[in-house]
Design a protein around this ligand. Structure first.
Ligand SMILES: Cc1cc2nc3c(=O)[nH]c(=O)nc-3n(C[C@H](O)[C@H](O)[C@H](O)COP(=O)(O)OP(=O)(O)OC[C@H]3O[C@@H](n4cnc5c(N)ncnc54)[C@H](O)[C@@H]3O)c2cc1C
Length: 540
């Protein structure tokens, strides 16, 4: 850490010894101008910060006078009280509501956050929960490290079976997928281990982990979109508010149910921040608008029936013809005093400017500069739901998908055929395709999505800036990634290179190499090395 002298606080000498003792519980220091809040509930921290825009007082003084000394704030000052039991939420709710209404606009709801765990939800619901771009950070159980065939308390495989899915074709097809997955995992892992024996210098942990990940990667296409998963979301109140409203507008009853469940839990930790999410004045009408717009545009959208032509593909649908000029002008703009359009009109050597901008990048974590956001690309991607499931997690772009179905066909990993295990896989996914058609005919396309295995393809688009193209393609083309999304990332990169070779010449960390035979092997070895280093540090 750089050794810089701390700057003193303005109010360092204002507080009595008793006040210092009290404030000291909640602030990391009392005499410097930079300090962090601690041991305070989210709602207090959010309300405190919202005061910044409307007061001359220091934050320490606001905390002392307007919160700690204010009975209506409901703060229990008992020594040893932790953040969770510090505020009497029921008593304090009106107080915090008044603070937030009085001192800010909608953005004050970004000042408090919450962690929320959501368990036993379908992969469709998980995608809906992960759809936010700003303000929510999700993490989800991985199909690559965790087996998904553990039976629940009633001895049933883990897939969604809400009442709305009551159709005779549904459950037998789901059972067949899980039985195939479950019965194939062990023999397939053994085949993989026989083909990739442990190497000299490799730990048993790393080898077992890499080979198991490979087997689970090969089988994940069998898992249906109804597969239950667990995820954790960390986010701010404003983002949660919008997420709850969107969930309430969903055409899936599972998502609408989750909106209510999540709201009641969030209302216990950040009540003032999610109060409007589902109410009659704000959230309810906003959800009704989303649902109405979906219904009316769906009526207008043309659809063809039956099997659709087309295979897995990444198409570049649109790009800026003058992207080079735009990027170069934006690179020079902050250092120039000329207007942007004048810079765009200059005859500048693109390679020289791009080299100046990018040559010093040492690895993919050195972010490409913001000037690259001046060029945009629209990709239409047809790939399997497994790959979509991973790539949908990118937030610095605009994306929309079509309903998951079976008309675009499915992918089957070549290795399964090599191991002679493709027959079982095909049988199970084709059974599911039959069920999807039956459910769609009876209950409509939205609900029929639950029956579709991850192996089936769907169509979606990404509209991304060149900066995000660098990020996504460099991150997702690494050999440790799943081959399906790795292929999409490589194809996206190739499409941009076809039209703008000079702009992507500096994306040096995109890996266009062939599929790695045992993709996780190198990563697992790296983990071993890091673990050994940590053990070494602990021993010293
Ligand atoms: C090898 C690998 C394994 C993975 N395993 C799992 C897994 O097991 N479970 C799982 O749930 N996910 C997993 N992921 C997905 C991962 O957690 C990310 O969601 C995904 O890769 C999107 O990456 P990103 O956030 O860098 O990209 P984007 O969302 O495209 O964002 C681009 C950049 O913007 C910045 N940014 C965006 N949003 C925020 C934010 N809210 N706060 C701060 N900075 C932000 C970051 O610098 C980020 O790199 C895995 C990804 C990889 C590559």
């Amino acid at each position: 850490m750089p050794d810089v002298p701390a700057q003193p606080a303005d109010d360092a000498h204002e507080f009595t010894a008793a006040e210092r003792a009290l404030l000291g519980r909640y602030l990391t220091n009392l005499d410097r101008r930079v300090f962090a809040l601690r041991n305070l509930p989210e709602v207090v921290k959010g309300a405190l910060f919202s005061r910044y825009s409307r007061t001359e007082k220091s934050l320490r003084r606001v905390l002392l006078e307007e919160f700690l000394s204010e009975p209506a704030a409901g703060i229990a000052l008992a020594a040893g009280a932790g953040p969770d039991d510090l505020v009497d939420v029921a008593r304090g709710e009106d107080f915090y509501q008044r603070v937030l209404v009085g001192y800010g606009d909608d953005s004050v709801a970004e000042l408090a956050g919450a962690h929320i765990a959501v368990e036993q939800v379908s992969n469709l619901a998980a995608k809906a929960l992960e759809d936010s771009r700003i303000g929510i950070s999700p993490l989800e159980k991985s199909t690559r490290y965790v087996r998904f065939d553990r039976r629940g308390p009633e001895g049933r495989f883990p897939y969604y079976r809400g009442q709305e899915l009551a159709h005779t074709a549904y459950e037998p097809a789901m059972e067949a997928l899980f039985v195939a997955y479950s019965e194939m995992v062990t023999p397939l892992t053994n085949r993989v281990r026989a083909e990739y024996p442990m190497e000299a210098g490799e730990s048993e942990r790393a080898w077992k982990s890499a080979t198991r990940a490979k087997a689970l990667d090969l089988l994940r296409g069998l898992l249906p979109a109804s597969t239950l998963t667990n995820l954790g979301l960390y986010g701010n109140g404003r983002a949660f508010e919008y997420l709850l409203t969107k969930l309430a507008a969903s055409d899936l009853p599972e998502c609408r149910q989750l909106a209510g469940e999540m709201h009641s839990e969030l209302a216990q930790v950040i009540p003032a921040f999610v109060r409007r999410a589902l109410d009659e004045r704000y959230g309810g009408p906003a959800a009704a608008y989303i649902a109405e717009a979906r219904r009316r545009t769906a009526e207008l959208a043309p659809r063809s029936r039956g099997t659709l032509p087309g295979s897995a593909a990444v198409r570049l649908v649109e790009f800026d013809a003058d992207a080079e000029r735009r990027v170069v002008a934006a690179a020079l703009f902050p250092h120039s005093n000329l207007p942007l359009d004048e810079l765009r009109g200059l005859d500048v050597d693109v390679d020289v400017v791009m080299s100046a901008l990018m040559d010093a990048r040492g690895n993919r974590r050195h972010r490409a500069p913001r000037a690259l956001e001046q060029a945009h690309y629209t990709f239409e991607i047809t790939a399997n739901f497994g790959a979509y499931r991973d790539l949908q997690r990118h937030r610095m772009l605009t994306q929309q998908r079509q309903a998951l179905g079976t008309a675009l066909g499915y992918d089957i990993p070549a290795e399964l055929a090599r191991y002679g295990m493709d027959g079982r896989f095909r049988q199970a996914v084709e059974h599911a395709a039959g069920a999807q058609t039956a459910v769609e005919n009876a209950l409509g396309p939205a609900l029929a999505q639950y029956a579709v295995p991850l192996a089936f393809r769907l169509r979606w688009f990404f509209r991304a800036s060149l900066r995000e193209v660098y990020h996504l393609c460099e991150l997702r083309s690494g050999p440790e990634g799943h081959p399906d999304y790795r292929h999409v990332a490589q194809e996206m990169f190739r499409r941009v290179r076809d039209v703008h070779p000079r702009l992507v010449a500096h994306a040096r960390f995109v890996d266009l190499g062939p599929a790695d035979q045992l993709g996780r092997r190198a990563s697992e070895r790296r983990i071993d090395r890091k673990l050994a280093e940590l053990r070494g540090q602990a021993d010293r």
